[in-house]
Design a protein around this ligand. Structure first.
Ligand code: ATP
Length: 353
């Protein structure tokens, strides 16, 4: 089922939690709502669930306008961060619960709950109580319970937040597998950019209630629409450098450093913000260098070495090949491929490419 959000605004007293939001989530698509705390992710989810009515705008499920339809009638499955399982009921009864509420006969409810339990791979745990399960297993129960009524839409609100790092990885793959196997349209709220990029077909990045960028994960990473998107996506975070135009065409001087860098001819701003992702920088020789500085810090993270390089009053981070010998105190030359350099307007942050 397609979900269409049309110019939806949600105001609480003095706060505009969601501001003129419009998008379409296509049938079978998994979309992440991503953004910092307070950007309006949960409010958007509540609006879709029918737990809030928008101040203005409309929401459509398929062709049907559901803006004023109550939550119970929207045929939605929801999964929360805290699982919200009934502790006194067995796993099977937890999964059966929504069906029993609908007065589905016991035998049928049991069969359907068992089918869901197997789908989420907890078929062998159905007689236990939630308290006898690990966090990941409890989350599987919550997912099975959300799907048992065969809803049209699955809403997931930070479902992995209570799990440790390894389990988060495992469960995010599982959620994706289950969503694809069932073929359900799903919306996944998270503030974790890596999670959003890895789990979804499309990412909607929000800030202060306003949708900033709505694109496929690769594009979100490669073509950030503005400096906020560039800063929010990527780890370690992108380096920003401020540069000022010099008398000589195409040459810009870094603010807080006397280094000159050449920028493409189409850029003619007096001041410009340059974005360099640490993983795009590499060590090179003087002739091919974009920047030169002193290594002030060095650490191994996973397969890469992270270095911090001081360029007069500017510090930047680079992820480099650990097989290249380099030490704190060394001079180094950093290069980057031209198409990996991002340029932003210093006033409004928009990407100038
Ligand atoms: P988090 O990641 O912290 O859950 P979020 O992105 O989900 O944040 P929302 O919970 O949607 O953000 O909140 C968006 C804005 O609306 C915030 O400024 C918040 O304080 C405000 N807000 C949310 N719910 C209410 C409410 N019931 N009454 C008043 N203000 C609210």
């Amino acid at each position: 089922m397609d979900v269409r959000i049309e110019n939806v605004t949600m105001e609480f007293q003095n706060t505009v939690a969601v501001n003129s939001l419009s998008t379409t989530i296509r049938n079978g698509e998994m979309v992440s709502l991503l953004g910092p705390s307070g950007c309006g992710k949960s409010t958007t989810l509540m609006l879709l669930a029918g737990l809030y009515k928008p101040t203005c705008g409309n929401i459509y499920f398929g062709e049907k306008n559901v803006t004023n339809i109550d939550a119970e009638k929207r045929e939605i499955g929801m999964v929360f961060q805290n699982y919200a399982l009934y502790p006194h009921l067995s796993v099977l009864k937890n999964i059966m619960f929504p069906l029993r509420m609908q007065k589905v006969p016991k035998r049928e409810a049991k069969d359907r709950a068992m089918e869901m339990a197997r789908l989420v791979q907890i078929g062998h745990l159905v007689d236990r109580k939630p308290g006898q399960l690990s966090g990941g297993q409890q989350q599987r129960v919550a997912i099975a319970r959300a799907l048992v009524k065969k809803p049209n839409l699955l809403l997931l609100d930070e479902p992995l937040s209570n799990l440790d790092a390894r389990l988060r990885l495992e469960m995010r793959e599982e959620i994706r597998r289950i969503q694809q196997e069932v073929g359900i349209t799903a919306i996944f709220v998270t503030h974790d950019q890596e999670e959003a990029l890895s789990i979804s077909d499309r990412v909607m990045l929000m800030k202060d209630g306003v949708l900033q960028q709505d694109s496929i994960p690769q594009e979100m990473y490669r073509k950030p629409i503005n400096s906020f998107a560039a800063a929010f996506i990527g780890n370690p975070p992108i380096n920003f450098l401020l540069a000022r135009k010099t008398e000589q065409a195409g040459n810009y001087e870094l603010v807080n450093s006397s280094q000159i860098i050449k920028l493409p001819g189409y850029l003619n701003q007096q001041k410009i913000q340059i974005g360099l992702r640490p993983e795009n920088l590499f060590l090179t020789d003087k002739d091919n260098a974009l920047l030169t500085g002193e290594v002030i810090h060095l650490e191994t993270i996973g397969r890469d070495t992270l270095i911090r390089v001081q360029i007069e009053d500017v510090t930047i981070r680079a992820l480099i090949d650990p097989s290249i010998p380099i030490n704190v105190g060394d001079q180094c030359h950093l290069g980057i491929e031209q198409d990996h350099v991002h340029y932003f307007d210093t006033e409004n942050g928009s990407n100038l490419e």
